[in-house]
Design a protein around this ligand. Structure first.
Ligand code: FE2
Ligand code: FE2
Length: 475
């Protein structure tokens, strides 16, 4: 197991010093990255000492160490999971051949596009979250936000390493462009729409890390199957870090719910107005946020029928979620899958070639996975003795990509006319008023062990530290 070389400017386990050209190229990119972090990273945080986890090895037991560091001094680096000797391609037209250690010329453009699209999401989320530190509900939460941010920065490093090492001059240009696009900017936006949305408050942040980082997990899992071995190895290590991001989201929403239920029981009411007056977020508002983040995120999987998806799979660039655990032929020719269409105002299932439906296959796997946490949130409500239940909306609800875009579907899956949509949309999606109310709760709480009124403290701290640990030392 190669450990990480910290004596170098760029920590790495890829023997970077043996490839002088690559090392020089990345060392030239490094100050631009740091400049981007200064400009677009967490606002006003440069002098804080933050209790962060830093990757120090790719050994599953003890790959990270914890300590207080200033974020600009975080050791962003390049870590790949160890190579698997004799790894074979296990799906698509090249099934059974040796995995590629270099990029085959004929797949160069598609692989580059896949890597750039993944890479673009990483700095985008840091940009989306950059003001949140100013309104953190606690030091513990602030630390978690910063942890997510530095690791998204490292994920950008992971993709830029691949671009520099395997794509020559084009790759270096893409590496620069990744630092130039900006989330939400009109003339040079991030590539995918969900990464141009605002993350204006902490409820949005927790929903984002639960739902949208989970999209990241599914994309990374699909890329971890890739025949291009360096991509598979780097995404496997990224997944190790990603788990914490989804934990931040799931536990964050769970703590918001817990606090709301507590106040509901204290006041013996489910009246949103009274709960809002008491400074907590009513459950219907949480449901509307959930509806928004779920629907925006499932759009990220792309069109339900896609010849690109078929090409990426057949050529071995991108597999399915848990490809290795599936028992079919891993080539899928002649197989079918059901996607949803609208015919005469009704949602109807339509069988299409499985290869063309692989975006939908990944989306459906994602939906199953994301329902798990919603079930756990409902347990919190149930335990409090409250009859309300949260649910994920129907997958046709509020879609902007694929054959379901342009149809109005209710959260329970009925195609509705414009007038019905307009009548109910305020109970289905967050309104300006909801967002303004949530924003009004966002004050900054940073005394150790103190929490904003609208969220319960966590059960345990980070890395077995107490909840009131000094996770951040402000200077
Ligand atoms: Fe990431
Ligand atoms: Fe993430």
């Amino acid at each position: 197991m190669s450990s990480i070389n910290y004596s170098e400017k760029i920590p790495n386990n890829v023997n970077l010093s043996e490839d002088r050209t690559l090392q020089r190229a990345l060392e030239q990119w490094q100050p631009n990255y740091l400049q981007w972090w200064q400009d677009m990273g967490p606002e006003g945080s440069t002098d804080y000492d933050v209790y962060l986890r830093t990757a120090v090895s790719v050994d599953p037991e003890g790959w990270a160490q914890f300590g207080h560091v200033k974020m600009p001094d975080y050791r962003w680096g390049i870590f790949l999971n160890p190579a698997e000797a004799g790894r074979k391609i296990h799906f698509g037209d090249h099934k059974g051949e040796d995995a590629w250690q270099d990029v085959p010329g004929e797949y160069r453009a598609n692989l580059r596009r896949i890597i750039v699209t993944q890479g673009d999401t990483e700095p985008a989320s840091v940009e989306q979250q950059r003001h949140l530190g100013l309104t953190c509900p606690s030091q513990y939460d602030l630390r978690n936000l910063f942890q997510v941010n530095v690791e998204e920065g490292r994920h950008l490093w992971a993709m830029v390493y691949l671009l520099h090492k395997y794509f020559g001059r084009d790759g270096r240009e893409e590496g620069e462009a990744l630092l130039e696009r900006r989330s939400g900017q009109q003339d040079n936006p991030r590539i995918l729409q969900a990464f141009n949305e605002k993350t204006p408050d902490w409820l949005s942040f927790f929903m984002f890390t639960y739902f949208t980082d989970r999209d990241g997990k599914f994309q990374l899992c699909a890329l971890a199957e890739s025949s291009f071995d360096p991509l598979a190895r780097t995404t496997k290590f990224m997944l190790t870090e990603e788990a914490h991001h989804m934990f931040v989201g799931e536990s964050g929403v769970s703590r918001v719910i817990q606090r709301t239920c507590q106040v509901m029981n204290e006041l013996k009411t489910d009246d949103p107005a009274r709960l809002r007056a008491a400074g907590v977020i009513d459950l219907p508002t949480i449901q509307r946020y959930l509806n928004f983040h779920f629907s925006v995120t499932i759009d990220l999987f792309g069109a339900d029928e896609s010849s690109n998806a078929a090409t990426f799979y057949s050529t071995g660039l991108k597999g399915r979620f848990e490809e290795g655990k599936r028992t079919d032929d891993h080539q899928l020719r002649g197989q079918h899958y059901k996607v949803l269409n609208v015919v005469n105002g009704q949602l109807v299932e339509k069988e299409v070639p499985m290869l063309n439906a692989l975006n939908e296959v990944l989306r459906d796997d994602y939906i199953t996975d994301s329902k798990g946490g919603v079930g756990r949130w409902n347990k919190v409500i149930e335990k409090a003795g409250i009859p309300f239940r949260l649910s994920t909306p129907h997958k046709a609800f509020h879609r902007n990509i694929g054959s379901l875009s342009g149809v109005k579907v209710s959260p329970d899956g009925r195609v509705v006319h414009d007038h019905e949509w307009n009548q109910h949309v305020e109970s289905w999606l967050p309104t300006d008023e909801d967002r303004a109310f949530v924003a009004s709760l966002m004050g900054r709480v940073v005394e150790p062990g103190q929490f904003a009124n609208w969220i319960a403290p966590p059960m345990i701290g980070i890395n077995r530290q107490p909840v009131n640990f000094d996770y951040i030392r402000f200077s």
